[in-house]
Design a protein around this ligand. Structure first.
Ligand SMILES: Cc1cc2nc3c(=O)[nH]c(=O)nc-3n(C[C@H](O)[C@H](O)[C@H](O)COP(=O)(O)O)c2cc1C
Length: 350
């Protein structure tokens, strides 16, 4: 037991990172039943799907679980900027035989809102985690009112202090090695984004709540290193991407097992916000960062038809192949085994 297991109510201070788009209830249940904290990412779920997945977790485990949301501010659609972005994508649409006038419009990812809180209140999960800061104070207070522990990601010392000041129970220190979206919310300056080994001890020194290390942790030695640097626990994402219970696509799984997985970059061509993924054709040719990309999450819509087209042809050239810098933990195994293999790190072992 340590401060984090007491807070989370788990056997081990290990959190399976919520990973929108590549997992649902099955992964969360498997990890919870293995004694760690399984997570359900809700950023891309409709209310109906969210309710179904939460019911599946409630039916699958009696252990504590985490439900995760994005809490960005939804931007005003900007027709001129979106049209300019389509200009960049036009030749790809032509190559794929797709009609650029058929680009779907839609919000892409929806931030935590009242409708989600209404559903969540019925399940009252032990833990609720946020990415991109925290929701408005009234929503935050609502989540806390039914007793959920609240955690969120910090990518800088300032963000960690901000989260503590607004009342989080623990801070996730997300190093720049991490796969998926940077949780950055007080800055968009990528030069502030530093590695887990540099970020973690500085955040541990800056806040008094427990700190959870995330980014690049893929085995028990990595867990031990994070704990030695003052972490109270770890959050691991990429190592679960090829687990039996993840819904990671075939092209994504295949890429994680190739040499390509050793070439990742931060890109915002898929969503409008920087996220780490395996470098593929569209990242190479349009980015990885491109000032023309629409604001998060509006860039998602224009890439979706290209992604669907090429994935149907077995190609991940237009897919967000999210991955951290350390894919060495990606194994096609049940999540319980992946969890079990990380645990010796908590007693200093490998
Ligand atoms: C495929 C993928 C999707 C992710 N989606 C989310 C998400 O929906 N919410 C979130 O808070 N973090 C998300 N993350 C970031 C993780 O919470 C975590 O910071 C990261 O996985 C840790 O680094 P690692 O991937 O090197 O283990 C995602 C990461 C990956 C790899």
């Amino acid at each position: 037991m340590n401060a984090l297991t007491q807070l989370l109510g788990t056997e081990h201070p290990l959190i399976q990172a919520p990973m929108a788009g590549v997992q649902g209830a099955a992964l969360a249940v498997a990890v919870c039943n293995a004694g760690a904290l399984g997570s359900l990412p809700c950023a891309m779920l409709t209310p109906e799907t969210m309710e179904r997945e939460l019911s599946a977790i409630a039916a699958g485990t009696t252990r504590p679980y985490n439900v995760n949301f994005f809490c960005h501010t939804q931007p005003e659609p900007d027709d001129a900027r979106e049209a300019a972005w389509l200009f960049w994508l036009a030749s790809y649409y032509e190559e794929a035989g797709l009609d650029i006038n058929d680009v779907p419009r839609g919000p892409g990812r929806v931030p935590f809102n009242r409708a989600a809180a209404d559903i969540l209140e019925r399940f009252r999960p032990k833990v609720v985690s946020f990415h991109f800061g925290l929701p408005d104070i009234d929503l935050l207070e609502r989540v806390k009112s039914w007793g959920s522990v609240v955690i969120s990601s910090a990518t800088t010392i300032e963000e960690a202090r901000w989260l503590e000041a607004f009342g989080v129970d623990a801070v996730i220190a997300q190093g720049v090695e991490a796969g998926g979206h940077r949780g950055m919310f007080l800055t968009d300056d990528l030069t502030t984004q530093i590695g887990t080994m540099a970020l973690l001890p500085q955040i541990v020194a800056a806040v008094s709540v427990p700190v959870i290390a995330a980014g690049g942790i893929a085995d028990a030695a990595g867990v031990a290193a994070a704990m030695a640097l003052g972490a109270s626990g770890v959050q691991v994402g990429t190592a679960y991407l090829c687990s039996a219970e993840a819904t990671t696509s075939a092209v994504h799984r295949a890429a994680l097992h190739t040499e390509a997985a050793h070439h990742t970059a931060l890109t915002h061509v898929f969503t409008g916000r920087p996220a780490r993924g395996i470098v593929n054709r569209v990242m190479r040719e349009l980015g990885p960062m491109n000032p023309a990309a629409p604001a998060f999450p509006l860039a998602t819509a224009a890439m979706a038809p290209l992604r669907a087209h090429w994935e149907a042809h077995g190609s991940g050239d237009f897919s967000p192949l999210w991955s951290g810098q350390n894919p060495s933990g990606c194994r096609e195994l049940p999540a319980a085994e992946i969890t079990r293999d990380l645990l010796p790190g908590f007693s200093g072992g490998r």
